[in-house]
Design a protein around this ligand. Sequence first.
Ligand code: NAP
Length: 287
Amino acid sequence: MSSITFIGLGVMGYPMAGHLARAGHAVTVFNRTPAKAAAWVAEYGGARAATPALAARDADVVLTCVGNDDDLRQVTLGPDGALAAMRAGALFVDHTTVSASIARELAAFRDDLLVLDAPVSGGQAGAVNGALTIMCGGAPLAFAAAEPVLAAYAKRIGLMGPAGSGQLTKMVNQIAIAGVLEGLAEAIHFALAAGLDATSVFDVIGKGAAQSWQMDNRAGTMAKGEYDFGFAVDWMRKDLGLVLDEAKRLDISLPATALVDQFYGDVQAMGGRRQDTSALLRRFRSL
Ligand code: NAP
């Protein structure tokens, strides 16, 4: 079993770190708001540290799951950041959804560490149930070292290519989800306007070619105006911003993704920042 440090005990990080403790690892945690770290230690045992550097200095493996590029920069490269403090040969894995460029920057920061960018998909339920999908970028040696650790909370782990490739794969995931959700929102809007019973409609067409995870799990709740199912509109806008920046760098156009990004901006302006991503329907129906 390894000595593991987990930095960032939010919606995702808290249960992920818990799975590592349950798997028998010696886990040290750091969280910006100390009360959350205290609650985690009370629930799972282990230790907590006052700074990312103190948390990271003796660890075999350091994992992060914070908010965005700036947050990640602060806990890794800032004063008291984890990366400079880590011992040679240790493994660093970042689960935050961030830009591919910061992933590459962290991978290049030291040449005596194993480094992996490893954003996740599967939401809060996936983190709680230990059933996340993890998309990794980095060297095969880093991936081989990380795989048995990440298995504590993953159902599927893939190495997608060199540093940054995990983040690029997560962007592909978000492009695909944005389009599906807008299609589903318009489908529900149409069905209700046409006087159809939404439950019967999705029960039938959900067995055909239009089926999707979003249709199976969200069509019913969207039709009832319920938008409290995890992944928040604010996070989706951050992710689509990363996608559109990367598309600009690649000199390609993603017109539907750019439009859905604007639609999420409308949902934010309607007060939906913390509602889940299926709240796209609110632009059509004020339930
Ligand atoms: P969250 O609940 O807001 O938690 C964010 C964590 O990062 C908190 O522990 C927060 O500390 C910490 N943090 C933020 N800024 C920091 C800073 N500058 N310095 C130190 N710590 C900082 O977010 P989450 O839902 O767990 O999401 C985390 C990441 O996973 C995001 O990149 C998100 O896009 C991605 N993700 C989320 C989901 C989901 O369903 N939630 C799904 C897939 C991917 P405090 O406790 O002090 O605020």
